[in-house]
Design a protein. Sequence first.
Length: 425
Amino acid sequence: MTEGSSIKLSPLPDIKPQSVIASLDRDRFQTHEGTFNVRDVAPVVGMSESFVRKVIGHRGLLSARDVLSLLDQDSFAPTLAPRSMVLDYLINLANNQTAVVRSLPSSESLTLLQGESPGVLEQFEESSVRCVVTSTPYWGMRIYKDSHIVEWADGERNAFGHEQTPESFVRHTAEVLLALKRLLAEDGSIWWNVMDSFNTRTQIRGNASEALRAMQGKDGRKWSEHECRRYSAGHAYLKDGEQCLIPSLIAECASRLGFYVKSVITWAKTSSLPEPQESRVSRNIEYVLHLTKTRTPYFNKSIYRSLPAQLGGRNNGNETDKLSDCWSLPTSSGRDGHGAQFPVALPARCIALSTEPGDLVLDPFVGSGNTGVAAGALDRRFVGIDVSEEYLSIARERLARLSTEQSRFNFQNAEESPTTVALPF
């Protein structure tokens, strides 16, 4: 993932989840003279730094042969790149260690940045964010008309969420998480909303309304006539109609990146779209992964009982006084045009639990801005990133309605000089 690697994509290709046949070419690296920091190697091979040192037997820099030894361990598990490309990734990382650092927003601001999130994250200061809350694109389920190609660490070039296999989506999610780990404060939290997908032969819809029309039998197009389709044959092990287990795979990758997986929260939605299925139960849940850098992050559990339900407090009638890992929250109406947004109460709860007033909250896939609305309502600073000018325009209007006469609202294009616009109210 490199700065400036985002390219406008049109149209989106079909998804054909065919596993690649590839193996590690060991001979190519036997004479490589470069060395690698264990801090960079550990998350890529899915091991802790202490375990890497235990395997290698020393505390110094690692050679290419050392890395090859790690790839032979039973405990090796790929995170950012498949086994055949780990050394290529590390060599590229060693050759590209510099990045432009962007100034943080002022003490009273709600900020939006336009750009592809992976590249924009490289520009922020280390340990500057107290809380990350986001809902990423789900794998192979939606056409985003503003999608851009991203050049990923594993060598693939595709829009996020439009990978050819669920494993690639998990790797690319891990790549974003690793970039966020650098930005996260030591006692901070990441709250990662994700939904699972099924390995099915289906058309990929443009929005929730289009999907609902199809389920109601109002879409007369054949599968082959759709703009973008997803196949199901060719995967190394997933069978047609099988659940991909993406949330679990992301949680494992996050742990191997060095995060603490504090909770895998079940978000039980009070309403959801119907599904055309006959051989399984319908989905009515999504997941929120709570990830931290330390065992004891900042966590204000008591706030759950004092906040109003609209800002993440207890949902009367559906939740008890005990804050558990099963959250019962309504879905968002999607009136603002996004159609795949979580309710304000969800990011508000995450923000209230893991931050204090004035802390910086980040949403790297901001969409129509619900995380920003929650952050502003709770008196936190906020930065939101999205590639879509249409969604940012919606978010800008929503956040502006929250502003007071003393507030500053910034809209910045990640590729241009920062500008500040004061909106009077």
